[in-house]
Ligand binder design. Sequence first.
Ligand code: 6PG
Length: 478
Amino acid sequence: ELAQIGVTGLAVMGRNLARNFARHGHRVAVHNRSYAKTESLIADHGDEGAFVPSASMADFVASLERPRRVIIMVKAGGPTDAVIDELVPLLEEGDIIIDAGNAHFPDTIRRENALKAVGLHFVGSGVSGGEEGALLGPSIMPGGSPTSYESLGPLLESISAKVDGTPCCTYVGPDGAGHFVKMVHNGIEYADMQLIAEAYDLIRQGTGKSAAEIADIFRSWNEGDLESFLIEITAEVLAQVDPETGQALVDVILDQAEQKGTGRWTVQNALDLGVPITGIAEATFARALSGSVPQREAARASLPGHVAEWSIRDADAFVEDVRQALYASKIVAYSQGFDQIAAASAEYDWNIDRGAMARIWRGGCIIRARFLNRITEAYERTPDLALLIADPYFTEAVSAALPAWRRVVAGAAQNGIPTPAFSSSLAYYDGIRAERLPAALIQGQRDFFGAHTYRRVDRPGSFHIEWSGDRSETAIDG
Ligand code: 6PG
């Protein structure tokens, strides 16, 4: 009997995806470069369902029903290309290769083009949820051709997380759309994590509460609007005691945040598209700052703080302010991420349904959160919504939080607590809603030194001042 789907690359993610398919009653072909991993999968979990192990890629491909559906779960970049090159001669027209790793979307576009030319479907799919998600139900973001989704979609939907019975998997859009959306998901993940870290730091430094006490605060926050996987695990991490020293674990972890690159890609793409994703960018740079070891040493040795006396009279009220500031900043970060998806969708002709993306992020993925329901509802109300914060629900939520948000950012600045994500999100909020921006002055400066011209508020066209002459204005023909 032939297998319905195959997984090659049986490190922890691939292994768990294969087990998830088997547990859902699908016959799953499994392959790994070294057969030992395949054998250990069968030895440890062979009783969970129908696995078809193969030692060679040729046998693996031969064990699949047509159209063949092959999931590649190896490292992004060169290793993925190597596996594709090995598969292509073994496959036949109409077969589907699925790359479920964290690929960079331009690579996905390139691969899809190349494989289309030889009659194969290539599906770049985001998969979020870590090891546990892969096994118990991830959020899945497949791109590629709509035809490939007809055959692949039901299988992926069956193993995805479900929220209110709805699968956290849907067709995202052509070629690189799936991996793009996963990339932005990770960018939002960076922003959300940074915001949570800033909230923790403010409370710790502002009130002197212990990590364990702050764990309890996060637990209580997880009962309200902030309910999310990241808040939940934050409480777990803060409550953890270091077995060796008996201190809070968070106090013995080196304070240098690492990354594998998806956040950086998100910011790079936002710069290309000109989308101000300031929350994600600050979060990515905050990781970079934390890892700037020589610079931090030099700065610690010499730079003064001149901070005000930190006087928080009512700790509970301050904690509540931080909670509200966190929620408002989080709304801004998501709004910016959805803006980037809209801009990319227009730029690359992907026709991405933003409400559907919020829907498939409600479960399974790292940024799963109660408030994603609100995002879906906002895009259902207004499918072409220009700005998520301008939806009535979010406008109301942010405006209710605004006084607290301003108090927190001002207090942090006066007391020398770095809050790049909180502060930049508030600056974005005030910038985007401003009646007039000083961008007008920048245009004047540009015209002065480079004759770059400016447009006027009162009539169409481009204009230039004879700065070094009589300072008269000339209209420039377009
Ligand atoms: C997910 C995660 C996953 C991975 C991140 C970690 O959605 O399941 O985002 O993809 O854990 O890539 O990213 P960094 O190592 O860059 O923090």
